[in-house]
Design a protein around this ligand. Structure first.
Ligand code: AMP
Length: 489
């Protein structure tokens, strides 16, 4: 199956795919669409970036097309998403694919915005509803919507649902669905609880395992810089000045960390925006829009907020903090390898993050080229309290050895002048700057690993996703403090 026309999709869908520039189905589309069109349940081990949205959206649209439009307060297909961003993107994809279909209604509901417009929309009935769990439960409790006649149910990013404390709400929602339905379940990883949830929800499912992990990791040029925690601020500025990123996504472990980095960059003359769970919906949308447009080319994000963000043209991912869950590293650097592009990922590693680096190198089966900048960069005058409070949970700060510092290579003012116009002025398509500034000469890319014959995923990826290697019960609790404020209400 190498072409969309082989699926036997409606002309309306094929036309929309041509408009969208889709020529060849991705592996998950090739493997999932035929069975989904037959009405089979599906367990998809895949993450955002694999084309999974179209893999479920196209068969859903095809199967719903001949039926009658949704009755008032009823939903024909429900897609549950852990975050507002992902929910919005999924709804946009459905609208794109359904653009030539008559009477196919798509709506999205999530927390953080008023209930009223969503209630008005739900009252009219929705063919395809994309929702976050908390807000959907509010609407169900208020009698605005019922799932009693829902035909197709999709649970997306199930492992993220678990991380965000949504598993019980999901179970309650699933209980209200009819027993006779088609169910689809997607997760990037398969910890034990998620496997259990899938078992409860699915009937004789087809299993498709496609994670771009290995291939993504291979496409991204990666570097680690060993550095003192207190030198990270200055190092970040150095990196921005040297790399002149077209579009950089900077990751911190916590929301406070993200705000602090934005604040410090601002003080250093570099404009940046933050995106995390404490921001209002409007603030998040604004930050994301200006990042997409390239007007604020530096976005600082936490793992959860960045999940599902689909922005092409991210030239650099900078891990200001290393994630304590190694899979998050793969998700993070995958932001810079969208749609077949390659990119650069630079990770700052402080002494107390060394164990995280070890875990990352273990799951990605590579040694990331490293550079030791300890003792060479000006340490911040003081480590503020929020920084002290953000150490990886359960880890004591290690005593820092070489505190004294060499003089900075350029004045802050010089760096400010260098950084801003460069970051802002670079146009897409302009010649890329040299990326060698911080790398050691002769640094090689991670070695290529053999891809799995059927899925295109590396063997390591398939082993990692749990089913094959039985790797479960990973350290799922993230030090990220996004949980709680992101309950979707
Ligand atoms: P997803 O994994 O669903 O978030 O999709 C990732 C990105 O790939 C989105 O921007 C999609 O529009 C795009 N995409 C999905 N399927 C295809 C395809 N067959 N050809 C080209 N682009 C695609």
């Amino acid at each position: 199956m190498t072409s969309f026309s082989d699926f036997g999709l409606a002309d309306t869908l094929n036309r929309a795919l041509t408009d969208a520039g889709y020529e060849t189905p991705t592996p998950i589309q090739t493997q999932a669409i035929p069975d989904l069109l037959k009405g089979r349940d599906l367990l998809g081990i895949a993450q955002t970036g694999t084309g999974k949205t179209a893999a479920f959206a196209l068969p859903i649209l095809q199967r719903l097309a001949p039926g009658r439009p949704a009755q008032p307060r009823r939903v024909r297909a429900l897609i549950l998403s852990p975050t507002r961003e992902l929910a919005t993107q999924i709804a946009e994809s459905f609208k794109l694919y359904a653009r030539y279909m008559n009477h196919m209604s798509v709506a999205v509901v999530f927390g953080g915005v008023g209930h009223r417009p969503q209630e008005d929309r739900l009252k009219r009935g929705v063919d395809i509803l994309v929702a976050t769990p908390g807000r959907l439960m509010d609407h169900m409790a208020a009698g605005m919507v019922s799932l009693e006649s829902t035909e197709i149910f999709v649970l997306d990013e199930a492992d993220q649902m678990l991380d965000m404390g949504f598993v019980q709400p999901v179970r309650r929602i699933v209980k209200t669905l009819p027993k006779a339905r088609q169910s689809l379940f997607f997760s990037a990883t398969m910890p034990k609880e998620i496997g259990q949830l899938a078992g409860e929800m699915l009937f004789n499912p087809v299993t498709v395992s496609v994670a771009p992990t290995g291939t993504t990791v291979e496409r991204v040029e990666q570097r680690v810089i060993h550095v003192e925690t207190a030198a990270k601020r200055r190092l970040l500025l150095d990196v921005i000045v040297a790399e002149k990123p077209e579009r950089a996504l900077i990751f911190t472990r916590t929301k406070h960390g993200a705000d602090r980095v934005v604040r410090q960059l601002g003080q250093d003359g570099v404009e940046a925006a933050a995106i995390h769970g404490n921001k209002s919906q409007a603030q998040r949308e604004k930050a994301l829009a200006s990042f997409k447009a390239g007007s604020t080319p530096i976005l600082v994000a936490t793992d959860i907020a960045a999940r599902g963000i689909d922005v092409t043209g991210v030239s650099h991912v900078i891990n200001y903090d290393l994630p304590n869950i190694p899979e998050s590293y793969v998700h993070r650097i995958g932001r810079t390898a969208r749609a077949g592009a390659s990119g650069i990922a630079i990770s700052f590693c402080a002494e107390d993050e060394r164990p995280f680096l070890k875990d990352i190198e273990k799951i990605t089966r590579q040694k990331i080229p490293a550079e030791d900048r300890r003792g060479t960069i000006a340490l911040s005058e003081k480590t503020d309290s929020s920084e002290r409070g953000e150490r990886p949970s359960g880890k004591r700060p290690q005593p820092r050895g070489r505190r004294p510092v060499a003089a900075a290579p350029a004045s802050a003012e010089q760096q400010r002048r260098d950084a801003m116009p460069a970051a802002k002025a670079r146009q897409p398509g302009a010649a890329k700057p040299s990326h060698a500034a911080h790398g050691k000469p002769g640094q090689a890319k991670a070695p290529q690993r053999p891809a799995h014959r059927d899925t295109g995923a590396s063997e390591e990826t398939l082993g990692r996703v749990g089913f094959l290697a039985g790797r479960d019960g990973m350290k799922r609790k993230s030090a990220t403090d996004d949980r709680g404020s992101r309950n979707g209400r």
